[in-house]
Design a protein around this ligand. Sequence first.
Ligand code: AMP
Length: 213
Amino acid sequence: MNIVLLGHPGSGKGTQAKLLQKKYGIAHISTGEMFRSIAKEHTELGRKVKSLIESGAFVPDDVTVRVVRERLAKPDCTKGFILDGFPRTEQQADELQNIAPIDHVIHIHVEDETVLKRLSARRNCARCGTVYGLDRVPKQSGTCDTCREPLAMRADDDPKKIKRRIEIYHAETKPLIDYYKRKRLYATVNGDQDIGKVFRDICGVLEGKKVTK
Ligand code: AMP
């Protein structure tokens, strides 16, 4: 089962991908996570990726496609995968067709205002990776429940950069909705519900219980 999760930054793709990975035993591939790890490398590419991410811009398609191609060739992807944050442009979607067949494209729909509110509240634990936000508030403000580490905000989660990322989403990624509708792979779920309900809706689509739009 090869799945693409489409949606705004902050629509819940990462959270849902982790749940899908657990339920179906398939690989979770987040290009954002991959790029954040590349950005830590002291290489020319690392420095370039870091500055792009921090400004809220996209990494160029050729670099992104190469990274995904290499990742999908790994053995844990043979049973299937969930792509979280890829493709984000039509060129990436075209290239993906030559890398692997896709069975489902699920769009987690949320409004711009919801994204702005969610991302402004998002904080991460640098040690264990737990993400806190509006739907998961730490017991002690600013501190990870598990590690007791101070929580940090992602460099691209400040309001100005969030707005830029939303604009880029509309210009570059939203056209993929029609792209995948034409290929009859597209389904949409309402991402403005609690995490468990969104997950049940996604599983319904995957198991053919919900009519796709
Ligand atoms: P995310 O964690 O998915 O919000 O991604 C964080 C950042 O990584 C994005 O704002 C981009 O700078 C970069 N990135 C992630 N996926 C892609 C992609 N498919 N194409 C281009 N840049 C990407």
